[in-house]
Unconditional design. Structure first.
Length: 247
């Protein structure tokens, strides 16, 4: 795929680190804590056997089997494992997203969801009557239908480069999906993938705090008074989770 936000892991993660503290933590905390793809991007590595085993043991509560297969295949392309760090499957992103579907956030309980629902200027924000649960249910079915028509097989059965092409087309809004705008669905999937990658492990993602270790984030440590005046000095300790887990 040509150079884009999907292909630059370093740029993708740099953007995600900026966005997640504000939006990711909100989505993850609003409701409390309630595979198909092993292919890697060029130069990348497939998800580890241990991560695939752990994911296989998790039984999704919201997504059905076909949706779950799609979700795993999609997030594996958004953040594939490589030499820089773990991929979305290693980090447990699908589990995070599935668990979020049982929260008030995914039901739209904290949104204003009264009509009229009509297309407005971008600065007016989200205008659809679909809550996150609906976006996933309709969006996954629509993308699979598009792939079946265009390529003769559903998304998870496509090779890695074709999956990337489909995701790029969704991101650019070049695909007409039935029932949901392609860019809106892609944006929802991308945002939740970022959140699951960098969230506290209590929410199901960021297994073993691997994403935090990769970027040097200290996590939920109680205080940093001993390091306030140590300018330019590398922080020597690994991250700590909300539950007090350490690496």
């Amino acid at each position: 795929m040509s150079e884009s936000p999907l292909t630059s892991r370093r740029g993708f993660l740099r953007t995600a680190v900026v966005l997640v503290p504000a939006s990711g933590a909100l989505a993850a905390c609003e409701g409390g804590s309630q595979s198909s793809s092993g292919s890697a991007q060029q130069g990348g590595q497939p998800a580890s056997a241990s991560s695939q085993s752990a994911q296989a043991e998790y039984k999704p509560r919201f997504f059905d089997a076909r949706e779950w297969t799609f979700l795993r295949a999609a997030v594996d392309r958004l953040i594939p494992a490589d030499a820089e760090g773990p991929g979305a499957l290693d980090a447990g992103v699908p589990e995070f997203i599935d668990r979020q579907m049982d929260t008030p956030y995914a039901h739209g309980a904290l949104w204003y969801m009264q009509g009229p629902f009509q297309q407005g200027a971008p600065e007016l924000g989200y205008q659809l009557k679909l809550v996150p649960r609906d976006l996933y249910r309709l969006g996954i079915a629509a993308v699979n239908a598009y792939c079946s028509k265009a390529y003769g097989k559903e998304f998870d059965a496509l090779d890695a480069s074709t999956r990337d092409a489909v995701l790029g087309a969704l991101e650019a809004g070049k695909v007409e999906l039935d029932g949901v705008p392609a860019k809106v669905f892609f944006g929802q999937l991308l945002q939740n993938t970022r959140e699951g990658y960098f969230c506290d492990p209590i929410h199901g993602g960021n297994k073993d705090m691997a994403a935090w270790k990769m970027i040097g984030f200290p996590g939920a440590r109680a205080d940093f008074m001993d390091f306030v005046n140590q300018n330019g000095k590398a922080y020597p300790y690994g991250p700590v989770s909300i539950n007090g887990e350490r690496t």
